[in-house]
Design a protein around this ligand. Structure first.
Ligand code: COS
Length: 393
């Protein structure tokens, strides 16, 4: 059982503590169902979305007026959910996370009609969502995207190709970002809701990765979306993407923390039960050094994650810096923590199916998606420089 003491920290309100306790109990009772994998990752993911929807957990991914659990997206509950699910099963965390990220821009900036049409069905697990931002030539450099949106009577026509799209093979609706021509670069991007049943949408390629997820390259060939499927205002898409990531980057850190806490528990179990040189592995000071690093890393990550989540929930308009710190620290530290756990397991740690082997594969992508570690450093450094320049004035 992972260290739970963080839940008593002052960042949390009673509703967060109640949510964490209820979800923890549910995950414990449903561990086998969260893990059941058939080898068909699309089918597994669809099943997990249904499972989480039926149990009511997906309600935390949308606001209360549209079938959600809290009036506005409660970032602390999003983080607690991801941390708890990731502790049990990476794919379950992914299934939850994408319902939130895939509709985050709609929840924050969408038209009333679009919110009512889609959010309740995402909260129930009836519809699966995705976030289509990245392109082959536009990952960290979002503004370099080549997908276009052209205004036509009654709506917009979207053309282009996106890649590394989570849920690309199974999504029912996507938040799509495209150049719409109001201005060059970042100021000429707009955001749209695009149901994948739209004529002209296709999956070009499935992408196989070290920890299987439904990942794909997708294409839009003259896809028409009606006017009310524009999210926010035309030309505001870059800011909408960044504001959405402000909410969800802390949650990536929380998922990493869930993986790291699981690795720590596996390592502690090993340290207590594995005998070496006639004594438990945990008696060796080098083992203790590794365990100390893990415990320290977990608490430091948790402090940064829940600081960022609390700041957002408390109404701070921009938490870009705080969310970047949380994601950067939690994902990089989790990678080190899991690597240490693998080392403590020796040969058993790299055997397929061992929990720490799974975690070792699961964690890697989190240092890349939703803003690579390098992007987070840029964000943090810019904030520090801007503060220093402001003090000079
Ligand atoms: N919320 C609201 N607005 C924001 C914002 C935020 N979090 N971050 C930036 N903006 C605004 C800026 O204020 C600026 O507005 P003005 O033009 O009115 O001044 C505008 O957006 C452009 O911002 P900036 O100049 O910082 O843009 P850059 O192109 O320099 O951004 C980084 C650089 C690298 C930070 C950005 O492109 C980024 O985060 N890239 C990673 C994207 C990513 O996460 N990809 C993964 C896809 S999801 S799996």
């Amino acid at each position: 059982m992972a260290d739970q003491s963080f839940i008593d920290w002052p960042f949390f309100a009673a509703h967060n503590r109640d949510h964490f306790a209820a979800l923890k109990a549910w995950c414990g009772a449903n561990d086998a169902a969260l893990h059941a994998e058939t080898g068909d990752v699309d089918a597994d993911c669809r099943r997990l979305v249904r499972l989480l929807g039926d149990a009511g957990w997906l309600r935390h991914a949308v606001p209360a007026a549209y079938g959600g659990a809290s009036e506005t997206l409660d970032v602390r509950n999003l983080c607690l959910t991801r941390q708890s699910l990731a502790y049990h099963a990476g794919l379950a965390d992914f299934a939850f996370a994408m319902q939130g990220l895939g509709t985050g821009a709609i929840s924050l900036f969408g038209s009333e009609g679009v919110k009512q049409a889609y959010l309740p069905r995402v909260a129930s697990g009836e519809m699966i969502a995705g976030f289509a931002l990245s392109e082959a030539k536009a990952g960290s450099d979002v503004a370099a995207m080549e997908t276009t949106a052209r205004r036509v009577p009654g709506g917009w026509v979207i053309n282009g190709e996106k890649t590394w799209i989570s849920n690309g093979t199974i999504a029912d609706l996507l938040t799509v970002f495209a150049h719409s021509g109001e201005a060059p670069g970042a100021r000429g991007i707009s955001a749209f809701v695009l149901p994948t049943a739209t004529e002209g949408f296709s999956v070009v390629d499935r992408i196989d990765v070290i920890a299987p997820h439904p990942l794909a390259t997708i294409r839009f060939a003259d896809c028409f979306v009606p006017d009310d499927h524009l999210i926010g205002e035309a030309g505001q898409g870059f800011k909408i993407a960044m504001a959405t990531l402000d909410v969800f980057r802390s949650t990536v850190g929380a998922a990493a923390l869930g993986f790291a806490r699981r690795a720590t528990d596996e390592a502690l179990d090993r340290a207590v039960n594995r005998k070496l040189f006639g004594a438990p592995l945990g008696d060796l000071q080098l083992t203790q050094a590794a365990l100390a690093d893990m415990a320290l890393g977990n608490d430091a990550s948790a402090l940064l994650i829940y600081r960022a989540a609390w700041a957002k929930d408390s109404g701070q308009p921009r938490v870009t810096r705080e969310a970047a710190m949380a994601k950067l620290h939690a994902t990089d530290t989790a990678q080190q923590t899991i690597d240490k756990a693998v080392q403590l397991f020796g040969g058993a740690g790299v055997v397929s199916g061992n929990m720490v082997e799974r975690l070792y594969r699961e964690i890697r992508a989190l240092r890349i998606y939703e803003g690579a570690s390098e992007v987070q450093k840029v964000v943090i450094a810019r904030a520090a420089l801007a503060a220093a320049q402001a003090r000079e004035k």
